[in-house]
Design a protein around this ligand. Sequence first.
Ligand SMILES: [Zn+2]
Ligand SMILES: [Zn+2]
Length: 353
Amino acid sequence: MRAAVIEEHGEPLAIEDVSYPEPQPDQVVVETEACGVCRSDWHAWQGDWSWIGAGVPEGQILGHEPAGVVSEVGSDVETLEVGDRVAVPFHLGDGSCPHCREGRANNCETVIPLGLSEYSQGAFAEAFPVREADFNCVKLPETVEYDEMAGLGCRFMTAYHALADRADLRPGDWVAVHGCGGVGLSAIHIANALGAHPIAVDLVDDKLERAAELGARETINVTEVDSAAREVQAITDGGADVSIDALGVAETCTNSVNSLGTRGSHVQVGLTTGEEEGQIELPVDVMTMQEIDFHGSFGMPLVRYEELFKLIAQGTLEPSKIIGDRLSLDDLPETLASMDDYETVGIPVVTEF
Ligand SMILES: [Zn+2]
Ligand SMILES: [Zn+2]
């Protein structure tokens, strides 16, 4: 089968013929119908994240935002059969640790990120295996299309958990979103749909325009102002209630914290780059005196999918609005490389394999 493989970190992905996956007893194999292209793929391709023990080896097949159809079923799998339409959240849990038993695969003690670990080949391929498939596969409602589900395995659900659960967003809240890539645009759309007032911050006008279409009340181009944080403070008359770093560099993180008002909540959804290696300076005294919270947010507990699907069925949330270009696997190497310059708008989705 065809797959996009890292031959060398930072060099264009190679489209290669690799063997079709054989399911282990706990696994299913899923034939990929759609898979989003994410900044996490770009980081892994660059060779980032070794500082948290999460780098990928050469030979890795990336791809962690997939939806598809079950094609092979391991001998121990009980709840899935050939032909089932499924999505697969990127954080593959073991299904048995205390966090998984609460439905929180995103906090699993032995989590294996799909397509971002030598133990899990990803979905930029005609098919891919899923560990502990009964636990990890999410069956798709008939009404959800494969391409719109692709973002629900990573960016869209990450943004939903960050806002609805970690930040406890309320209607009427001002929400500053720093970085308008896939997760940032998802956050704008979700905040707007949940009755809050999003402010989009980025340095690319095309992304800010898309943010405005998705419901941003105000947009700030950081290249045109002295301080994005001060702009947010002015617009909100004293600081945002919630602010998100949806990129993961020192500047967006500190801008986000400095955008907040008293008792505001910062949510970090982007992991950092080789510049920061996970270390960022923060204004701790101000955060203490103003009782500002700093939340980490990673993926989404599986138990939250039911609510997400309900909001999609009702038309409140429309993940298809965040989709950027639809690509074939052959286009992927170039699209990934274009993320060097933050050129992609919305979530590019591979739909032809
Ligand atoms: Zn992702
Ligand atoms: Zn677990």
